[in-house]
Structure formats: C-alpha cells, structure tokens
Design a protein around this ligand. Structure first.
Ligand code: NCD
Length: 317
C-alpha cells in the first residue's frame, strides 16, 4: 500500500488502506519509543519545522520528539516570536522557511483551510497540526491507534463523541476516519454545540447523555473550545457539567468495559470529572499522548520518503 500524498492535510483525503498503513507503521514506533535507546536515523539529514500560530502542548511536543527520534534536525517557530508579528503574511513566512530547504513543515493555524493554502505554495511536505475548526488528522490517527490496540479492531465499534462538536476539528477528523474504517459514530451535545450539518458527516445525533452513551465502546470527551466561541453557547459551566460532563453516573450508561478518551487539554469539572479521567482501568487519556509520538513518527517517516513512500512492508525493514 502506497501513501500517494506529498502532504497530510486531512483525513478526508486518505483512504482506509492509507490510514491502516500509517497505523501499522506507528505500531513499530510504539515499541521503539519504549526502548531505552530511542533514536533512529530514518530522517537523518532532514529538517522538520514546527510552525504554530496557536498554543499547543501535546501536539507540538510530540511532533518535536517524533522528528528528533527519527534523527531529523528540528526547529520550533512560535508565531508570536516570528516576523508574523511584523505584518508578514502566512504565505510569506512559509515561503521564507521553504527557501531554507526544509523537508517538512508542520503547521497549526486558527483559520480553517490555511494549511491547505500554504501547502500549494511550498515544495516541502506540509502536515496539518490543526486548522481552525476543520481538521486535525494526526489526532484522529492516534485516537484510532489507541482504540484499535485496546479493542482489537475499529469495525463495528460504537464510538460516542461528546461535547463541543461544533468547534472541534478533532471531532471532524475522527468522524471521517471512523466512518472510513467501519465504526459507528454518535455525537452527543446540546443543540447549540452541534454543527447544523452534523448528521451528514456520518453520525447519529443525540442531545442527551443517557441515550447517546447507550452501548458505547468508546466515549470521547471534548473540551468547550471557548477561544472559538463568539457569545454564549451554554448557560454556565456548572449546568453544562450537570447535563454533559462525564462522571461515574453517566459512564454507567455505556457498556461496562467502555473506555474513555480525551484529546486534551482537559477542563476537569467542566466536561469530565477527575474521578473518571484518572481511572486507570477506563481512561486512555495518557495512552493517547504516548501513541501520539508514534503516529507522528509514522507520518513524518512516510511523507519524508517521496521516492519510496513505502508503507509498512518496506518501512518495517
Ligand atoms: C485539540 C486541538 O488543539 O484541536 N487538542 C490537541 O491537539 N490535543 C483539542 C482542544 O484544543 O480542545
């Protein structure tokens, strides 16, 4: 199976085979990351630049670690500290970096579509690390890897995504991916936090946790993305927690072995109670973080080898 793309902009443009290629390769990197000697040389001599126009902890740190563990040279550009502040456009910033012969540009930007726009102007590979409310492909890939490892397969799984679906690129990328790999997706949120066309994305829509969580194998909680809200979408955080926050009582609506996920950052006591977030039997939240490094290694690896964009068989050698 070949990965026929120069860029990784969204799950929407990948097919099931390509998704599985990335996940299979990431499995190998999980093992490597657990070894005391974690440094490979697959990307030796290559340069990866992280260009973030929005705050990030996990995504940025894991792209940096992933690149370093593959032996690449990596620099992190904080948009706040770059010439962007002096009025340079996004495209000019990207073309400037591109002129330094970089190989991969990892970009996070608050505007949906900005990463695609930029990818048309540069000749390095571009990875979307989150663009506005649009897509966050590596998050969906790491979530899929986490689910696949624990539940053995994605096909037929009942995955319920709860919370601020309206503003969530994580939800969109997950819905696309889970549909492609045969899982059943449900979303649960108050009407005000659901996109108008959400059912057309390929999911069942619920507005009550009690019905929405029934038979769930996986419960994915989302943060209220206040930075993307204009005006009030919920009466109060307290009331939101009462109706939509995941606690022991609501967890009991799901299957007894249902697992809890969250892309982070969590707002404890708003969308999730600490008791369930920290339950090591049920919560996969830190495992998601661990797998995030492996998935990003797989993506960097596959995109950095244009002549061989190999996929698992060759990459695993
Ligand atoms: C998410 C994001 O930035 O889209 N975080 C992440 O990358 N792990 C979700 C969020 O910010 O709530």
């Amino acid at each position: 199976m070949l990965l026929e793309h120069r860029h990784l902009l969204g799950i929407a443009e990948l097919n099931a085979g390509e998704i599985n290629t990335i996940l299979d390769l990431a499995e190998n990197y999980i093992e490597m990351n657990r070894e005391p000697q974690r440094k490979g040389n697959r990307l030796k001599g290559r340069t990866v630049v992280n260009l973030f126009f929005e705050v990030s902890t996990r995504t940025r740190a894991s792209f940096e670690l992933a690149a370093m563990r593959l032996g690449a040279d990596v620099i992190n550009m904080d948009a706040e500290a770059s010439s962007f502040r002096k009025g340079e456009t996004l495209i000019d910033t990207a073309m400037t970096l591109n002129a330094m012969h970089i190989d991969v540009l990892v970009v996070r930007h608050p505007a949906s579509g900005a990463v695609k726009l930029l990818s048309d102007k540069v000749n390095c590979s571009v990875i979307n690390a989150g663009d506005g409310q649009h897509e966050h492909p590596t998050q969906a890939l790491l979530d899929a890897l986490a689910m696949r490892r624990r539940k053995k397969k994605l096909e037929g799984l009942n995955v319920v995504i709860c919370g601020d679906v309206l503003h969530s690129r994580v939800a969109r990328s997950n819905i696309f991916l889970l549909n492609k790999l045969g899982a059943q997706v449900r979303v649960v949120a108050p009407y005000t936090l659901l996109p108008r066309d959400v059912a057309q994305l390929g999911c069942e829509v619920h507005t009550r946790m009690e019905t929405g969580l029934k038979n769930a194998d996986i419960i994915m909680m989302l943060r209220l993305q206040k930075e993307r809200m204009e005006g009030a979408f919920i009466p109060s955080a307290r009331e939101y927690f009462h109706f939509f926050g995941l606690d022991r009582k609501k967890l009991a609506y799901a299957k007894p072995d249902a697992l809890i996920m969250h892309p982070g950052p969590m707002n404890r006591g708003v969308e999730i109670d600490s008791e369930v977030a920290d339950d090591i039997q049920r919560s996969m939240i830190l495992e998601q973080v661990e797998l995030g490094v492996a998935v990003r290694m797989a993506c960097l690896d596959l995109l950095s080898r244009p002549l061989q964009r190999a996929g698992l068989a060759e990459a695993a050698q």
